[in-house]
Each structure stands twice: as structure tokens, then as C-alpha cells.
Design a protein around this ligand. Structure first.
Ligand code: BTN
Length: 236
């Protein structure tokens, strides 16, 4: 089982993990870092990740050969762990989790040598107005304003995440991913670093790449991200 380090506040659980891996070298042991808030939370593509008190911010380490597809695996495992809080979230390709049309969880996988860091930020009780203005239209929480529940939610979810990632390691990831990815069979806008275009998302291949169809040509998308048209998302 991993070593568990808990903090009230950190710059970033992923950043601290990187520092520990570099410092300990070959003596580094599998570790979980948890923080109640982050002052410099990091997101994908060099973005910041808003990390106020109402969330759970966690980083876990694995050997690189433990997961072939760390980001997609993390999305499925986190989705399964959230079911114990009785919340049914859906996956936006590649690895954001949405609830009621809003992003409630972001995942950042990074590699240091042969070690993979999986960093997960989950908005639990944060109220809309506690998020920075520029993300208030797309960020959400699972239990907005229910601050009295926060300690128990964090503890339960932490335990569940550790069990899922380190002990249970559920299989059948592809089916779970495909069944729960709500960005399938919709028109999506692809933001592929240099270009932005609209296409239809028609499937997920065995490497968790998004199959997109444009002008009768089907292509796998491995990097980049898709932008949602909010009117197309229907959770009913
Ligand atoms: C994203 O949505 O772009 C990914 C966000 C990942 C945030 C988590 S919170 C825990 C860990 N520490 C970080 O600084 N980032 C990840």
C-alpha cells in the first residue's frame, strides 16, 4: 500500500510529488498526497486549476507499466469511486468528469522517469461564486454549499479512490469508458493546438482515441481537446 501524506494547503499535490520523486530517486516509494486546497493547482496544457477549500486534491503514483492508458483509466476509476458518494458523473473525452452539465473533476497525469503521477481535483462543496469568474459558466460541484458534509465526503472519497486505484483496479475499462462518455455521437468542436474545427464524434477506438468524422473521413484524435456546445449535452 502507498504511503499517505495529508496537508491542509499546498501549492500543488502534483508539484510536491515531483519534488519527492526527484529527491528520493530510486528509494522513492509509492505515495499518495492529499490536500484540502491548493494555491497553484495545475491543469492540462499549462493552465491553472482552481483549487479552493471545497474540493479534494489528490496525487497518486504508479510504476509506468501499471497502467497502459493512465489518463483514461483515471477517468473511469474516479467515476467509479464517485458512485460511492451516490453521484453519477459522465466522461468528457479525454478525462474530464461532468455532473449536471458542469465540469466537476479534472485529471492531470505526468511522468517522472518510470513513475506516473495521477493528479485528480474534485469539486465537492464549492459554490459557483467561489470559482474564478472566467470558469463560473462551466465549473460545478457535486454538493454545492453543503460544507457540513465536506470532511466526511473527503474521507470517504479518499478511501474509495485509494482502494479503486491500488487494490481493486477494475478491468473492462474500454466498455466502461464507452458507456459513460457523453461526448459520443455529437457534434464537437476540436481544438487541436493550432486549429479549431467542427466534426462528429462517432466512437472511441481501443487506444481511447476519439474517432471523429469530418467530410466523410474518419480520423482518430489522440491529443487536443474538444469544446462542447452546451445545448448538446443531455443527462436525462
Ligand atoms: C485539468 O482539468 O486540466 C486537470 C486538472 C488537474 C488538477 C489536479 S488537482 C490535484 C493535482 N495537483 C495539481 O496541481 N493538479 C492536479
Amino acid at each position: 500500500m502507498p504511503k499517505i501524506l495529508k496537508f491542509e494547503k499546498l501549492e500543488s499535490t502534483n508539484t510536491l510529488m515531483k519534488e519527492l520523486i526527484q529527491k528520493d530517486g530510486s528509494n522513492f516509494q509509492s505515495t499518495v498526497i492529499i490536500s484540502k486546497s491548493q494555491t497553484l493547482g495545475r491543469g492540462r496544457r499549462g493552465r491553472t486549476f482552481s483549487s479552493p477549500e471545497g474540493g479534494l486534491y489528490i496525487s497518486m503514483t504508479f510504476q509506468e507499466d501499471e497502467f497502459k492508458y493512465p489518463t483514461a483509466t483515471a477517468a473511469v476509476y474516479t467515476m467509479l469511486a464517485l458512485k460511492t458518494l451516490k453521484k453519477s458523473v459522465k466522461i468528457k473525452w479525454l478525462n474530464d468528469l461532468y455532473y449536471n452539465n458542469k465540469k466537476v473533476c479534472g485529471i492531470l497525469a505526468e511522468k517522472v522517469g518510470h513513475i506516473i503521477i495521477i493528479g485528480i481535483g474534485i469539486n465537492l462543496t464549492t459554490r459557483i461564486e467561489e470559482f474564478p469568474l472566467e470558469i463560473q459558466n462551466k465549473a460545478g460541484s457535486l454538493f454545492p454549499g453543503k460544507i457540513e458534509k465536506l470532511p466526511a465526503l473527503r474521507d470517504k472519497l479518499t478511501k474509495e479512490l485509494i482502494e479503486t486505484f491500488y487494490i481493486e483496479k477494475p478491468q473492462d475499462l474500454l466498455s466502461l469508458y464507452r458507456e459513460n462518455c457523453f461526448t459520443l455521437n455529437t457534434e464537437v468542436t476540436v481544438n487541436n493546438f493550432k486549429t479549431t474545427y467542427t466534426a462528429k464524434a462517432i466512437g472511441i477506438n481501443d487506444n481511447f482515441e476519439l474517432l471523429i468524422e469530418k467530410d466523410n473521413i474518419i480520423r482518430p484524435l489522440s491529443t487536443g481537446e474538444i469544446i462542447l456546445n452546451p445545448l448538446q449535452v443531455d443527462f436525462s
